[in-house]
Design a protein around this ligand. Structure first.
Ligand code: FAD
Length: 318
């Protein structure tokens, strides 16, 4: 079932959903089941599975020479989505990115998803890999998530890249895109960022999932601004608890988000990392309860592979 159908069927009740990462190459599907088994007790409406680009690594040979090789450390997004549907009968949302893909490879991945009965996608640009100064699109690929939205919308209308194809079946993807309450780090300002977000919605995206935030006011202001700018699709808040003291600096660096002073003070007042985890969980529970009271359509948790913490939050919220 599509994410938008889940939201409609919920009739105003806040749904629960999670995002998981594919395991590192070499690990089996059981590592995914180990994360999801306890989470399934809270009946997520859907499970997002992230997509990870190739990276360049240097492999040392016995003669001491270093070889630069391209490697995807976390492959398997499509297979994991199919396995989850099969194992738990729960809907999945594979992430599809522009980075590293030609348009044809994207089309082929979408065809695989259609054959597997997966009718949800979250469409993203992806980030620069370590060897790039800034994001570089594949020479035959897309530059922005907007271009990816246009490709999927075309397929939904039965238009494939090869326009000479006859008797084609249109796909039927429900399309999610990313939104940034604290602005995407490359956008000159929030207004400009919203112009591009609106372009993704106007092109046919069905809903937005936000980048994580630790101050609900940022989400409320963002939703208000979106509505003023005629962005009227559901906006699902994505949230994550702080789980270690080093995340006070790591999360702002990676995700370009602010940590509120109250949370910093609480973490700095902790005597151990176990206490930090507890502070993070309690902060996230309070955030969740306030968002739920405000009537958000769904609470989407970035699990980062941490089932135990997600469950400790879910049991206090749902
Ligand atoms: P876009 O919407 O393309 O925007 C990128 C930047 O370009 C923004 O600054 C925007 O303002 C600007 N822009 C957009 N259109 C134009 C235009 N026409 N002209 C000029 N500027 C423009 N990354 C992964 O690699 N894998 C994942 O699985 C993944 N999952 C994510 C899930 C969520 C919910 C979120 C919030 C992020 C996720 N990311 C993931 C990270 C994401 O790929 C990065 O944040 C990336 O830098 C931007 O992606 P986007 O889809 O928002 O890009």
């Amino acid at each position: 079932m599509k994410v938008t159908e889940h939201l409609r069927n919920a009739k105003g009740k806040t749904l629960f959903s999670v995002e998981i990462l594919p395991p590192l190459k070499g690990k089996g599907i059981q590592s995914i089941y180990d994360i999801l088994d306890p989470i399934m007790d809270f009946k997520p409406a859907f499970v997002d599975v992230t997509y990870h680009r190739e990276e360049y690594i240097y492999k040392k040979h016995p003669n001491g020479l270093l070889e630069k090789i391209s490697m995807r450390k976390r492959p398997g997004t499509v297979g994991i989505c199919a396995a989850i549907i099969n194992h738990y009968k729960v809907d999945t949302v594979p992430h599809i990115i522009c980075g590293g893909f030609s348009k044809e490879e994207t089309e082929n991945a979408l065809i695989d998803l259609s054959f597997l009965g997966i009718d949800n996608v979250l469409l993203l640009r992806g980030d620069a890999i370590k060897s790039e100064q800034a994001f570089e699109p594949h020479p035959m690929g897309h530059h922005y998530a907007l271009d990816l939205v246009q490709q999927v919308v075309s397929m939904n209308k039965g238009r494939y890249l090869d326009e000479d194809l006859k008797d084609v079946s249109p796909s039927s993807f429900c399309i999610g895109v990313a939104g940034y309450p604290e602005k995407h780090f490359e956008a000159p300002n929030l207004t400009k960022d919203l112009t591009f977000l609106k372009a993704k919605i106007d092109a046919g995206a069905d809903y937005i999932v936000t980048q994580m935030f630790f101050d609900n006011q940022k989400y409320f202001d963002f939703v208000e601004l979106c509505r003023k700018n005629n962005i009227n699709v559901p906006i699902i808040p994505g949230i994550k608890p702080i789980t270690s003291s080093k995340q006070l600096t790591v999360l702002p660096k990676i995700f370009h988000v602010d940590i509120p002073q109250g949370l910093i003070d609480a973490v700095e007042g902790c005597k151990s990392e176990k206490d930090v985890k507890q502070v993070g969980i309690e902060w996230c529970i309070q955030q969740s309860k306030e968002l739920m009271a405000a009537g958000v359509p769904c609470l989407h948790y970035y699990t980062m592979g941490n089932a135990d913490i997600t469950c400790r939050i879910a049991e206090k919220v749902f």
